[in-house]
Design a binder for this molecule. Structure first.
Ligand SMILES: [Fe+2]
Length: 412
């Protein structure tokens, strides 16, 4: 459920006073800063030596239940993971070609120009090729979402969370709903849209929303060692303010599937691979130098930004992911800061299908039901601009393309 309360300033002032009365926020922040500086140095060091920073698993190790405890610890510490070979390389390459044909045959670019203005992104991009394509229901997207190997991967990822909660399990890790998102096809040499460092799952909600306050209670009380980023309790109870930047589903991991090879320099993903770095962002905003009705970069309707001015100690740990191949997948915790490189210096398109993990719970089911109606009609998914390009697209996936698992994931 989305929150529409408009008068946010007074909630921010009230919340800040409350926390500041209970906690010595300056001391808490200094403790977090010291503790995280060790982690930041470690990441920056590894980066300078060219080491692999994002933990990596092979899909077969997940399918065979052979992931080591050490690997699990490292994923939990880093808050991100690359799972290789969830799909065979040729399968991913075929999907990439098919998706390209789907966009071409249906004159996507011309239609996008006609509709320019509906989505802010296209407002500035009337002549350039877009980087993000507002299609949700191409066959490759639907096939990748409903694949058994994808379901197995998401089950593993969902199970990294502790689902214990006062009112019973917070979600069912074994059933994941589809969250239909768009696709990125970034042309070589493209300089149009880097994304500065940010988090997606909520901005000022993270301070003022009662469920988020419970999730982050140990951070706000200055007891960082007792904060567990993988405790799921209350995570599906948060109420997000209306915003085009926030997902209506709770995701255990955001993620994408690579359709082409991409890595450092290719204008692709950068991560801050420290799962509890949110503690720095939360406590930083409560310090004396931040105006009383502000929370650093938290703004209505925007992703929560992180920058050099407010968060200088974190910036050295924002690093590009290792090179991934077609069929590999990348996943990151909803509190993990991420960015997209400004410029694509590579020779080929950098293409991905966005697929996160969104396990079964009341919040996600409510959205999945609305989403299913959009699927049937070929409309844009409910969280996104209502461009509705695909209504009469040839080759769009329909219910007859769904497997039994695919129907279950779509609540159909
Ligand atoms: Fe993002």
């Amino acid at each position: 459920m989305k929150n529409t309360t408009p008068d946010i300033d007074k909630y921010i002032i009230h919340t800040k006073k409350n926390i500041q009365q209970l906690t010595q926020v300056e001391r808490a922040f200094n403790t977090v800063r010291e503790s995280l500086s060790v982690a930041v140095d470690e990441v920056a060091n590894l980066q300078s030596k060219g080491g692999a920073i994002v933990p990596e698993l092979s899909y077969s190790s997940i399918a065979n239940g052979a992931v080591s405890t050490k690997d699990i610890q490292s994923i939990k510490q880093r808050g991100c993971v690359i799972v290789r070979n969830v799909f065979a390389r040729n399968q991913a390459e075929d999907w990439n070609n098919e998706l390209g044909e789907y966009l071409d045959t249906n004159n996507y670019l011309e239609r996008a120009k006609e509709k320019a203005g509906l989505d802010d992104y296209f407002g500035d991009l009337k002549d350039a090729k877009p980087q993000i394509y507002g299609v949700y229901w191409s066959r490759p997207q639907v096939m990748a979402r409903q694949a058994e190997s994808m379901a197995t991967t998401k089950r593993f990822l969902n199970r990294l969370w502790n689902t214990d909660a006062p009112a019973g399990p917070e979600f069912d890790p074994d059933l994941d709903y589809a969250y239909a998102d768009r696709t990125r096809r970034r042309a070589p040499g493209d300089t149009t849209l880097g994304l500065s460092p940010h988090m997606d799952a909520g901005s000022y909600e993270r301070w003022v929303d009662p469920a988020f306050q419970k999730i982050y209670a140990k951070i706000f009380s200055g007891e960082l060692e007792q904060y567990d980023p993988w405790a799921a309790a209350y995570r599906t109870q948060t109420r997000e303010y209306e915003s085009p930047a926030v997902s209506s589903m709770f995701r255990t991991f955001q993620g994408w599937t690579a359709l082409t090879e991409q890595g450092p320099g290719d204008g692709t993903l950068e991560l801050l691979p420290i799962a509890n770095s949110i503690a720095y962002v939360l406590l930083r905003a409560l310090q004396k130098d931040v105006p009383e009705h502000e929370l650093c970069l938290a703004k209505p309707g925007r992703a929560l930004g992180v920058d050099q001015q407010w968060h200088p100690d974190l910036m050295p740990a924002i690093v590009p992911i290792q090179t991934v191949a077609p069929g590999d997948t990348v996943w990151w915790h909803p509190d993990v800061i991420h960015a997209v490189g400004n410029e694509h210096h590579g020779d080929d398109y950098a293409s991905v299908i966005y697929i996160g993990a969104s396990p079964a719970c009341n919040k996600n089911k409510a959205y999945a039901l609305k989403q299913a109606e959009c699927f049937k009609a070929g409309l844009s998914a409910p969280d996104f601009a209502a461009e509705n390009y695909e209504v009469d697209f040839k080759g769009r996936a329909t219910i007859s393309d769904l497997t039994d698992l695919g129907k279950q994931q779509m609540v159909l």
